[in-house]
Design a protein around this ligand. Structure first.
Ligand SMILES: [Zn+2]
Ligand SMILES: [Zn+2]
Length: 747
């Protein structure tokens, strides 16, 4: 028997091995096996395909060394789904396997699964048939032992005569020495039992909240769209109750004994929604993201594999890889969020787009939810590819927030910008705080300031390994590289001119916090950005303190703009809207609009009318005007025209190819060579090679090639062209160590 094994290496898609006769019975598609790879590496691979006929050349085929799991660790259609990802996103099957399977399932992993065990109590053998008269006879002289035995009988009845030792002691309020006496008398005995790490929801599940009229209409419309389309875009203004609608769609799917995947873009958002969904689905709801530990991850995986309890998974992008039995519905909430795209390493997949393909494989429906849909999804709805449902009334019919632009250029000219905050923003903050309301301050840059600069000669400190200025973090009192994470000491003086006066240039969230604390010394302030949320707990704490009103002002980056629901926020400040628009990226305006709308949407969610102070040097800019008028369709029209003209998505498909090497001259030649080969077939669809904005990261120089391919072009043909060009380049001796990374549909 010959089998093709998918291995966690970025070389070929799979490798053929030989199964010795004694193993044949145990081998099935999806089973994990140990094989030798190269000279002496042992790897865990997954059986992808069992060959009917032996491969053409039989020499050098090695045997499988061991079968790790006779039962498959994946379900249909997972392997075809991996194949689609590797084809479309231009990576190897092994890279998808590596990302998809929890590493703890594999024998070659240093962290393998350990079951959680707990000590349990049961009746010992002689009394197991409930012949307890003898037992009570033995302890007539000890009232406490008698009480404990009665308590044991009472609490263990519901659980097949077993109870955790901890639980028994807590409930009976007995001491362990009393328990030990019963064990010594061989009435009770202890044993170890594997227990689940998945949280048990101890309470009764509740019935769903009734939908209001608008929500009910939208719900019915979604079901109606589903009769003709597989994907429906739910375009609902912030605070319109999209989650309520989701809960009803989930319940309907569960009633059909099918499963649900609920995708969120950020871990930070899971806590709030978990609490809301647990009430309705109890233990059937599982939560899956990168910050749960490996053992928990494996328990969720196995629970789905054996179809034990879980039937709704709430998770971030990697949950598309879980072994679902039968998905009936996938919800992609905040579908426009760029964090659905995996950046590094490969597979660089887009979870929203991959989820749509996964749904098709399961025969499931997809709801894409957003207040500010991506241009791509809105385009698909406009052209009839997706169904479309709009929800433009807010919950409790609060009005959309009032956005007030402030011309900071003008204020600076009049010397009225003494801090980072305009007089209007300060006044509005004072009013909100006096009224016991809360304030959000948004800025898209973390750290104290983007960099330090020499007042005399304009020198700025740069990372030794990346071509990028270092960010200044005042509290930690150091400089960091936001690309490679390296930390540098503060220079005492400028190395160019010996001047000692280095001053911060520009500002980040840390500086905003600094100034707010000076301005409002008695107000509780918190900051939420990737510096303050290194672990999952810290972001949950920041959010729950703010929810509880223990902090009044929350300062943050993108993180605070996304989907969070705060009841008492009446004011938001966008400290510098221009910095959102000035990105050298075709999506800059779309993103800037989305962020402004999302920040605004966090205000006025319960009855109070929300206000937003938007600081900009260009109050007349068309995009700012569109944001003030909540004119999403206007933004779409403007962007769609531009993108059609310059061949950007959704009218073309983009592929970034980054070539890297430690020597710049070798890289320059190799990129030109590779590009020339591509142009033979692809002509003017090839742009570059160019130096990207950051031309060196981690001591490797980078050249970028951009492909603009017709949206309907064949994925397979393109892949062949790219592979051939890559192989021809690699055959040139001096280009051998050039690395190439393909990023399809970059965000
Ligand atoms: Zn200097
Ligand atoms: Zn660096």
């Amino acid at each position: 028997m010959y089998v093709d094994v998918i291995l966690p290496v970025p070389l070929a898609d799979s490798y053929t091995y030989f199964a010795p006769p004694e193993m044949e019975a145990q081998i099935s598609v999806g089973a994990l096996v140990t094989v030798e790879f190269g000279q002496s590496r042992r790897l865990s691979g997954i059986v992808g395909y069992i060959r009917q006929a032996p491969p053409q050349s039989l020499n050098k085929i090695k045997p499988i060394l061991a079968v790790e799991t006779a039962q498959p660790v994946v379900r249909q259609p997972q392997i075809p789904f991996w194949e689609w990802i590797s084809q479309y996103y231009l990576c190897k099957l092994g890279e998808v396997y590596n990302a998809a399977i929890p590493s703890g399932l594999r024998a070659d992993s240093p962290i393998s699964y350990t079951a959680r065990k707990e000590t349990f109590i049961r009746l010992s053998g002689a009394y197991a048939n409930n012949n307890l008269n003898d037992a009570f006879q033995k302890i007539t002289r000890s009232a406490k032992q008698e009480q404990l035995l009665l308590a044991f009988m009472q609490y263990s009845r519901a659980a097949k005569g077993e109870i955790a030792k901890k639980e028994l002691l807590a409930k009976s309020q007995a001491t362990s020495s009393i328990l030990n006496s019963l064990i010594e008398k061989r009435i009770l005995e202890t044993f170890d039992k594997e227990i689940s790490r998945l949280q048990v929801y101890g309470e009764e599940v509740e019935t769903l909240n009734k939908l209001n009229d608008y929500q009910q209409t939208a719900y019915n419309e979604i079901l109606d769209r589903f009769s003709g389309k597989d994907v429906c875009l739910l375009h609902g203004v912030t605070s319109s109750g999209k989650t309520e609608i989701y809960t009803h769609l989930i319940a309907k799917t569960l009633d059909m004994n099918r499963q649900v995947l609920f995708l969120l873009p950020e871990i930070a958002l899971t806590a709030q929604i978990t609490t809301r969904l647990k009430k309705f689905y109890g233990d059937r709801l599982g939560v899956y993201h990168s910050k749960i530990n490996e053992n928990e991850r494996i328990e969720i995986w196995n629970n789905l594999l054996t179809d034990t309890v879980l039937s709704v998974i709430l998770g971030v992008r990697s949950s598309i890889f879980l072994p679902f039995r039968d998905l009936g519905l996938i919800i992609v909430d905040e579908e426009h969020e760029p964090s659905y795209k995996q950046q590094d390493p490969a597979p660089r997949y887009h979870a929203r787009n991959a989820a749509i393909v996964l749904a098709r494989m399961h025969g499931a429906k997809v709801v894409l939810g957003s207040a500010t849909p991506s241009i791509e999804s809105f385009h698909n709805a406009r052209t009839g590819k997706y169904g479309y449902v709009q929800l433009n009334k807010r919950f409790e019919e609060t009005e959309l927030p009032l956005i007030m632009p402030v011309d900071v250029k003008e204020l600076r000219r009049k010397k009225q910008m003494k801090t980072l905050f305009s007089p209007l923003l300060i006044e509005k903050m004072q009013t909100a705080l006096t009224n016991g309301e809360q304030v959000l301050l948004f800025h898209n840059r973390r750290g104290f300031s983007p960099t330090l600069v020499c007042k005399i000669c304009d020198w700025t400190p740069k990372c030794t390994y990346c071509d990028v200025s270092l960010s200044y973090h005042k509290y930690a009192n150091h400089l960091t590289c936001h690309y490679c994470g390296r930390v540098y000491k503060l220079p005492q003086h400028c190395p160019e001119c010996e001047n000692a006066a280095l001053k911060p240039w520009g500002f980040g969230t840390e500086k905003i916090e600094d100034e707010i604390r000076t301005l409002f010394p008695s107000v509780a302030v918190a900051r939420m950005d990737s510096d303050t949320t290194r672990n999952k707990k810290s972001s949950e704490e920041i959010i729950s303190h703010f929810e509880a009103g223990e902090t009044q002002i929350l300062i943050g980056t993108q993180m605070i703009a996304k989907g969070l629901d705060f009841a008492k926020v009446s004011l938001a400040g966008i400290i510098n809207a221009d910095s959102l628009m000035n990105f050298p990226d075709f999506r800059a305006y779309e993103r800037a609009y989305q962020l402004m709308a999302q920040v605004a949407g966090r205000t006025g969610r319960r009855k109070t009318h929300g206000e937003v102070v938007l600081q900009t040097s260009h109050p007349d800019h068309p995009l700012i005007q569109l944001a003030l008028n909540h004119d999403y369709e206007g933004m779409y029209a403007m962007q769609s025209e531009e993108r059609q003209l310059f061949r950007y998505p959704p009218f073309s498909r983009l592929i970034n190819i980054d070539l890297k090497h430690k020597k710049d001259d070798v890289l320059r030649e190799a990129s030109a060579y590779f590009c020339a080969i591509l142009r033979e077939k692809l002509g003017d669809r090839v742009m570059g090679p160019d130096k990207p904005a950051v031309g060196r990261v981690q001591n490797l120089f980078i050249r970028r090639i951009l492909l603009k391919i017709e949206a309907k072009a064949s994925v397979r043909t393109l892949r062949e062209i790219l592979e051939k060009a890559q192989n021809r380049t690699a055959q040139v001796a001096e280009f051998k160590y050039i690395t190439m990374a393909f990023d399809v549909d970059p965000e």
